[in-house]
Design a binder for this molecule. Structure first.
Ligand SMILES: C[S@@+](CC[C@H](N)C(=O)[O-])C[C@H]1O[C@@H](n2cnc3c(N)ncnc32)[C@H](O)[C@@H]1O
Length: 253
């Protein structure tokens, strides 16, 4: 596989197919990020869910499979094309090519109600290139949520302790306010690379607060039982000491 690199949101247009193939077999996505997102979302049956940066819809389909009605958007046309190509017929998902700044208008133009019971972004917010763009994610989402609703995010852990070391099929490095993750195959070859902002916990909290969210919670993530069975305890040995990803839940009170 050619090395694919994502340095900005638009770059997902160039790597969508390879990234989706990687996501389907990545233990951290399948056994941590996706099940933990579902756990943090709770019971979504009958709820209206906004999925921000939905990618090719791998997680979106799992949420819809639990009975939610979803509007899912991504800035990458290619990601949305892949999502539409794989969408199961019986699921209630509307996919849109959009961004935090444009999503409200895009929904309105399609006659989709602009009020959601819960919002989710998995591995997305750190693609904001600066504090203003991060703030746009929170402002846009706040305006689309009902009172009492939560915004669940899975983020790169700002306090990750194994920078530079190969763990969980990844090596993270940090330079000039940016983090780069190199994804490794089983032979430890780099097969994909993504660079994103290196926001602190305070950066996320300030952006959420500035948008109007008044309650926040940082949540430690765990591999699922299936993940421990599939990969063995040794694979996850360092995960508890310093997990590469963390949950952030902001509530609109
Ligand atoms: C790492 S992928 C995660 C995809 C999906 N949430 C998942 O977990 O499988 C990040 C996605 O965020 C999207 N993205 C980044 N910045 C965005 C923005 N400003 N608006 C909408 N989508 C964005 C990218 O195009 C990409 O598809």
């Amino acid at each position: 596989m050619a090395l694919m690199k994502a340095n900005s949101p638009a770059q997902y247009d160039g790597i969508a197919r390879e990234y989706t193939a990687l996501s389907k077999k990545d233990p951290v996505k399948q056994f941590v990020q996706y099940p933990e997102t579902l756990r943090l979302l709770g019971d979504v049956r009958g709820k209206r869910v906004l999925d921000i940066g939905c990618g090719a819809g791998l997680l979106t389909e799992q949420i819809a499979g639990r009975g939610a009605r979803i509007a899912a958007y991504d800035i990458s046309r290619e990601q949305i094309f892949l999502a539409l190509s794989s969408q199961p017929k019986n699921q209630s998902i509307t996919y849109l090519v959009s961004s935090p700044e444009k999503i409200a208008q895009a929904l309105e133009s399609l006659g989709i109600p602009t009020e959601f019971d819960v919002a989710v972004s998995t591995l997305v917010l750190f693609y904001a290139e600066n504090a203003r763009q991060l703030s746009d994610f929170f402002k846009s989402t706040f305006s689309l949520l009902t009172k009492g609703a939560k915004f669940v995010s899975i983020l790169f852990n700002p306090d990750y302790g194994f920078m530079g070391a190969a763990k969980f099929n990844r090596i993270f490095t940090r330079e000039n306010g940016k983090s780069t993750v190199n994804f490794l195959d089983s032979g430890q070859n780099v097969v994909a690379s993504a660079t994103h902002s290196d926001f602190s916990r305070a950066d996320y909290e300030n952006a959420a607060k500035g948008a109007g969210f008044s309650k926040f919670e940082w949540v430690d993530l765990e591999p699922s039982i299936e993940g421990i069975e599939a990969m063995g305890k040794e694979y996850w040995a360092d995960f508890h000491e310093s997990p590469p990803y963390v949950g952030f839940v902001a509530t609109k009170e």
